[in-house]
Design a protein around this ligand. Sequence first.
Ligand code: F6P
Length: 539
Amino acid sequence: MPLPTINPTTTKAWKKLEDHYNNIRNNHMKDLFAQDGERADKFTVKWDDFYVDFSKNRITEDTLKYLLELADEVKLKEAIISQFSGDIINQTEGRAVLHTALRAPKEANFKVDGVNVMPEIYAVKQKIEAFTNEVVNGDLKGFTGKVFTDVVNIGIGGSDLGPAMVVETLQYYKNHLTTHFVSNVDGDHVNEVIKKLNPETTLFVIVSKTFTTQETLSNANTLKAWFLKSANKEAIAKHFVAVSTNIKNVKAFGIDENNIFPMWDWVGGRFSLWSAVGLTISLAVGYKNFDSLLKGANKMDEHFKNEDFKTNIPVVLALISVWYNNFFKAETEAIIPYSQYLNQFATYLQQGIMESNGKSVDRNGNPVDYQTGTIIWGEPGTNSQHAFFQLIHQGTKLIPADFIGFTKSLHGNQDHQDKLMSNFLAQTEALLNGKTEAEVVAEGTDSKIVPFKIFQGNKPTNTIFINKLTPESLGKLIAMYEHKIFVQGIIWNIFSYDQFGVELGKQLASKILQEFNNSTVNNHDSSTQNLLNHYKNMS
Ligand code: F6P
């Protein structure tokens, strides 16, 4: 079944939300809390080891009611069923979207073109597990008989960001292998990594769904050439593996057929860490932990698929985000994890959210006349408090923020954990309440300084409190945002699973690359032409 094609602004719920927005936009959350002693309980979902409090938002029970009506009117339930049924919901690329199958149990039944894909998925999982164990246990050895000490993941976009973020986030669970990530076509990136490597003990994992990506192939070729300075061609089979759908190109690169980990075109790049694209994760933290990550994601899938929308975490978070994006006209959303381990989380979500929902044509092929994808940014607390929080607290922009925290710390240093969590709780409280003129005066502040010390408050936050950072809880957290992306794409009536917007720049770059060797080029706008000439003269 194709996805519904309903313009959200034509729904009854949208009109209700517009009127409602005009009625409540100046309400202060402080008053909403004062009026309703049960507000926090009403707007909190407790599920598994997640405690999601969305009460510190500029919403009332009516807001949620109208947003849920919007979800019904745009046929969200039907869209969820279509996605999990393997329908071709990536219609512009003619593909199903089944990253959820990658983390489903063996006995599940996900069909693509009428064929259950679970046996294929589990065959690849077995291959990942066996390979991981051989490398981690030291059974697999390099061309001089030494065990592997280093793994280099070569990929970009979804073939880099997901694995890199997860390996960083799960570093507490890491084994002895040192992992490196090479993504940028900037040669300084690969050369800095090379400085740390010994060819005898390094395993290279080339990750590219298409195996045509310029950055990845350039880096892979550079690393292969560097490797071949110490080894002969036969050694490539021992040191290079690839994850791809493009078996022909992988073989042409010189990789042994046994060293290819297949993936499928129904797995989008930015949703691929659950597939063999996650091989580096498995190598870094062991297959058992990789599998727990997948199991966590599967639990969130079940919650998303089955839970009533009112208490469905990804649905509620998506609806609140639409409320700010389309009615309050908030342009950005901040992701603030109170865990240093999650320091790459916002970067990872930037691709997930902005590549998916950065679209301006609806599912009917018409330009949209409302806002779509939000701009995502963020850094861990408490560092971010000393960087950009000033603007969130006292600036002119409305920036809804997700605060993500863990009740238990991994290393168990309670003193640090208490300090971290006191900041976590204090910030959302301060953003909610602000500080009035009377409060500032009562502190004995010099009257000339009083205006500068007032905080308006009324700044929205969601608090996502999780018991402990484990592979499983991380899997749930990532899947939660994946489903949020999907829900928003459905509401905005856009296709979330293509990324044509990255093509134009790529095409022009390959044209300009050829022109670097051509002295008579003069077919650009004058700015680009001057810059190109400047580069040719100076490089
Ligand atoms: O940025 C565009 C994109 O196609 C992403 O969607 C993808 O994750 C990335 O490039 C890398 O693609 P590939 O895995 O095919 O090398």
